[in-house]
Every structure is written in C-alpha cells, then in structure tokens.
Design a protein around this ligand. Structure first.
Ligand code: ZN
Length: 346
C-alpha cells in the first residue's frame, strides 16, 4: 500500500531535501532496493519511479478497454479515476512520513538482533542460498501481515469506517488500487512498525515487497476478464481480478472474503476464499453508501469521520455460488453477520 520508502542503502541514508522526498515517495526506490539485493548498489533508478507507476497503470488501462469484465464500467466512473489519483497523491505524502520511522524500527531490530528473521540469520551458516531463503521468508511474512491487516480493516468497526472508502466505489477499475483513506494508510503505517520490529525485516525487504505488491494490486483491481480459465488457474497462486472482484461485492459474505494482497493461499488456508461461477455478475459497491455526495472528493475525504453503517447487500442466486459454499453459509447462519441487519457502525 505504501510507496517506496528510501534510498537503497540504509547505511548511507541521509534525508536531503527534494531528493529524499522524491525517493521516499516512489515505487522506483523499491526497484532500486530490489536491485541492491543483487549488489547493484551504484545504480540510481529513482528516475524509474513515476515511469513504473505510469506504465503499469497505462497498460492495465488499455487492457480494461480490450477485455472488460464490465462493459459499462469503461470510461469515467462516479467514483472517479481522477479522484482516486488525487487520493493516491495524498496517501503518498502520508506514507512518506513513515519513511524515517520504518528505517529506525528496522535498524533497531537489526542492531538488537531481536526480530525473528535476524534470529534465524544468526543461527544459519552464511551462504547466498540462506540469504535468498530469508528474503523469500520476509516476503511471505509481510504478505501474511498484509492479509491480517485487511481482515482487521473489515472486522474492527473503527478501521472499517475508513476502509469503507475502498469498497463504496460502484465501478471496478484499476485506480481502485489507490483508493484508500489517508487515515487508513496512517493506521496501517503505525501498526506495521511493531510488526516489522518483531519479524526482523530490513528496509530493503519492505521495499522489495512494496515493489511487487503495487503491480499485483493494480492487476487484481483491473476491470479485465482473462481468457478461458486463466483467472481461475492463476488464482491458485496470486490474487486475480476475478478473485478480488468478489471482494468488492455488495453481499457481505463476499465482501468479507478474498482478503489476500499477493498470494491467494492465505484465503484458502484461513477459510476466507470465495468464488462465483460468473464473477462478472458481482454487483460492485457498498449498500448504504450510494448517495451522490459521498462520491464527491469532499465526501470521500469525510468517509469514516462520521459513523455510517453499511448494509449486508443482496444475496445472489444459489446457482452463482459453488455448492460447498452454499452449505457453509447455511451452517454459519446465525453465527456470523446477519444477512439482513446493518453492521459495522461504531
Ligand atoms: Zn477490503
């Protein structure tokens, strides 16, 4: 969710005016960080930052016009692509404010040898294989934290108030990946600090994760219908548009599913995976958030500042839901969120 957070070499890290601002707010510094893992320390790739975001957005924008899942979602939406981009700019400013804190926490974890991965590193013999394994482990653990935070954002009412902005758009499109409330970005940033410390991840590993997360997030928010069974097959590894589209359904049982950021395995392991026979039948949005003023820039920024309940949405017909899920829904009826009452308002 955050952009890149600093130059590639933490030892030589010095905040110096515009250069620091530029690098600390760009996913290009994530590219630089990734390459620094391959010992390309001298490479200055900060110029790639705006290009990386622009190219991935442009490619997926084109893909949306060629293979749309929703024909009617092409072009401008009421949610507003430009308003989503404005929010992205605001969120980059908020995220950049955490650059120094993340660097401090990750360095502290390293210096005290406290974090899980630092402990593992001290126990393992020095070799490039183990270094690579630890980088992969950090990536998987950061993805698990991303999953956990997303579950919290749905289940904790005061977090849901702000996360609702991401869900109340009634168009599914690539810029939805940027549509988050600044308060949610700040809360995730704060909660991530102790997690980074406990996990013992380094600043470069955080940057590498962000580098991969951003294009994947653009991809799974993209209004595309992949050919044949490609979406279904890919969804065994990564989060796909068809899988994430269900997360943007108005029906609460689907809204509260498919939380994974990169690897879809988390939803399968923790029982939050859902599927539809035809994902393009999903009604996108959030019941209770349909008034026009909610979708103005001012309305979007005010989301979460006033208590507002979302509603469980309409249940699709049984033939659209896999049989096993219908049975599971019947079993949990009365235990989980009611399908008829307003919920998550604090
Ligand atoms: Zn969500």
């Amino acid at each position: 969710m955050f952009g890149g957070l600093g130059p590639m070499n933490s030892q030589s890290w010095k905040p110096d005016s515009l250069r620091f601002f530029f690098e600390s707010t760009s996913i290009g510094s994530g590219v630089a960080s990734g390459l620094s893992l391959l010992n390309m320390h001298e490479t200055d790739l900060s110029f790639i930052s705006p290009a990386t975001a622009a190219i991935s957005l442009a490619l997926l924008w084109i893909a949306e016009s060629l293979l749309p899942a929703f024909i009617e979602h092409r072009g401008s939406s009421r949610g507003g692509r430009w308003r989503n981009l404005f929010l992205a700019g605001l969120n980059i400013l908020v995220a950049s404010g955490f650059a120094g804190l993340i660097l401090f926490v990750t360095n502290l974890s390293q210096q005290t040898n406290f974090g899980l991965l630092h402990q593992a590193r001290s126990l393992l013999p020095e070799s490039s294989t183990f270094t690579l394994l630890l980088v992969l482990a950090s990536f998987v653990l950061l993805d698990l934290w991303g999953y956990a935070f997303h579950v919290l954002a749905h289940q904790v009412p005061w977090l849901w108030r702000f996360h609702a902005l991401h869900h109340n758009a009634d168009h599914f499109e690539v810029t939805l990946a940027l549509r988050f409330h600044a308060v949610e970005i700040a809360l995730q940033g704060l909660l991530s600090l102790p997690i980074y410390f406990l996990l013992g991840v380094g600043i470069q590993e955080v940057l590498l994760y962000q580098l991969v997360l951003m294009p994947i997030a653009f991809f799974h928010h993209c209004n595309v219908s992949l050919p044949g069974n490609l979406d279904r097959i890919l969804s065994w590894v990564i989060v796909t548009p068809g899988m994430h589209l269900i997360h943007h359904s108005r029906w609460v049982r689907e809204t509260d599913s498919n939380y994974a950021p990169v690897f879809s395995i988390w939803d399968r392991v923790f029982g939050s995976f859902r599927w539809r026979e035809r994902p393009s039948t999903v009604a996108v949005g959030l019941d209770g958030f349909d008034e026009k003023q909610i979708h103005t820039l001012g309305g979007m920024l005010q989301t979460g500042l006033r208590a507002k309940a979302s509603h469980p949405g309409e249940r699709p017909s049984n033939e659209l839901i896999p049989e096993a899920l219908v049975e599971r829904d019947d079993r949990v009826e009365g235990i989980g969120v009611s399908d008829s009452a307003p919920h998550r308002c604090s």
